[in-house]
Each structure stands twice: as structure tokens, then as C-alpha cells.
Design a protein around this ligand. Sequence first.
Ligand SMILES: *[C@@H]1O[C@H](CO)[C@@H](O)[C@H](O)[C@H]1NC(C)=O
Ligand SMILES: *[C@@H]1O[C@H](CO)[C@@H](O)[C@H](O)[C@H]1NC(C)=O
Ligand SMILES: *[C@@H]1O[C@H](CO)[C@@H](O)[C@H](O)[C@H]1NC(C)=O
Length: 231
Amino acid sequence: MGNRYESAEVTNILNTFKDTMASRAFVHEFFVVLVASFAIVQMAIAGDPDITSDFLVPANVSLPQLDGDFFTFTGMRVLVGSDPPPTFSVLKASLVEFPALNGQSVSYAVLQYPAGTVNPPHTHPRAAELLFLIEGTLQVGIIDTTNKLFNQTLQTGDLFVFPKGLVHFQYNADGQKPALAISAFGSANAGTVSVPNNVFNSSIEDNILAKSFKTDINTIEHIKSGLAPKP
Ligand SMILES: *[C@@H]1O[C@H](CO)[C@@H](O)[C@H](O)[C@H]1NC(C)=O
Ligand SMILES: *[C@@H]1O[C@H](CO)[C@@H](O)[C@H](O)[C@H]1NC(C)=O
Ligand SMILES: *[C@@H]1O[C@H](CO)[C@@H](O)[C@H](O)[C@H]1NC(C)=O
């Protein structure tokens, strides 16, 4: 009985809605929009698009010739026994460097921080990042959409997760020792938007930046010159 009452109530509400709008087309559109919004929400919670085959092979690779090499990435071997780099360095194994990752929603980066260096504030638009600190210490931070900072000082062996799309940074505050971390991403192509580069090294007009940062053009040009490629 309860169910019948409820469905009668729903029918009543719908009829009233239809009468008020005096247009069946509007009701139809309303439901189309509702269904479409649901689809968008579903897309937003997914990782990379799912694939309908075991794996994806680039067009210039022939299937019969495919072997274990296709699924192997050797680009990290350079790290074995190497000296730490002079500046902060990232070695990536993403879709570009390792085509077999296409459609698999995973990728890696190895991050090397000489003493006192920073990985400047940046975001990964397409994936969360799970950082595993395997050498040294690191100060890390996330800034959420309300501009609240969540920071931490990581010790060797710690993991830290940077949520998808949020601005974050890592800083090796140790003046003597380097730090080494491995980051996993939930996308084959997480993408990186570096805040300093994106804003001050992308040809946005000086006056727009000066107004946006409530400062003068000289200050903007000074910041820009620090990021410009050295001749
Ligand atoms: C296929 O094309 C990519 C990109 O141009 C290239 O790096 C790769 O070596 C090519 N593979 C083969 C088997 O030709
Ligand atoms: C977090 O940041 C604040 C302000 O910059 C700093 O004083 C504090 O030491 C940091 N905490 C950790 C755990 O790194
Ligand atoms: C600024 O952009 C140029 C051109 O894209 C690039 O070569 C340079 O490395 C960028 N600067 C920094 C600090 O990344």
C-alpha cells in the first residue's frame, strides 16, 4: 500500500509539473539533462577511459611481432649507480616514454632532489599522485580549493598522497643530503601544470598579470626573466 501511495504521489507531482510547464518537451529535456549530468559525474569519478581490448598497441607496431619488450621500460636503468643530478630532476615513465601504458591508468616518475632544492607548486590534472620517499627527508604540501595548506615533513620510508588536481609541492630542506622519491599516478598521462611556468612563462600579457597579482609591470617582468630560457 505504501508503495502505491508513493507512486501515486510521484505521478501527481509529475502531472502538476507537466501542467505547470504546459510542455511535454520541457519535461523530456529536463530528464535528458538529468541523465547527461549523471553521465558527466560518472566520467569525473573514473580514471583513464576503460579500453575494450587487453591492451593498446600503437599504429606503427605490428601485433605478430609484439613480445615482452613492448611491456618493458628500461629508461630508469640510468639511475642505477648514478651520481645525484645537480638540479631537481624528474625521470618519467608515462604514456609518452612507455607506450604500453596507454589505457592502463598507471604511470611512474622518479624524483631526485639535491640538497636544498624544490619541486615548485604544480598540479596533475588527470590523476592523484602517491609519493614514496626512499631516501632523505622532504617537506611536502597540498593546497586545497579553499586555499588551506596541508603540509608534512616526510621521513625515509613514508608515503604521501596528493589528491588529483590540487596544487602541491615538495622541498628538500636538508642542506647536505639529497632526497629520492618514486611517485605512482592513477593515469597513464597524469599531466603536469607548473604554477610558476603556467602563469609567468606562457606569454600572458604583463599588464594582465600585474593587475591579477596587484603589483606593477616591473615586478612581473622581473619574475618572468627568472623563468625565461637562458641564452
Ligand atoms: C613508432 O612510432 C614512435 C613515435 O614516432 C617511435 O618512437 C617508435 O620507435 C616507433 N616504433 C616502431 C616499432 O617503429
Ligand atoms: C608546515 O608549514 C608551516 C608554515 O610554513 C611550518 O611552520 C611547519 O613547520 C610545517 N610543518 C611540517 C610538518 O612540515
Ligand atoms: C620557460 O619556457 C621555455 C619555453 O617553453 C622553456 O624552454 C623553459 O624551460 C621554461 N622555463 C622554466 C623555468 O621551465
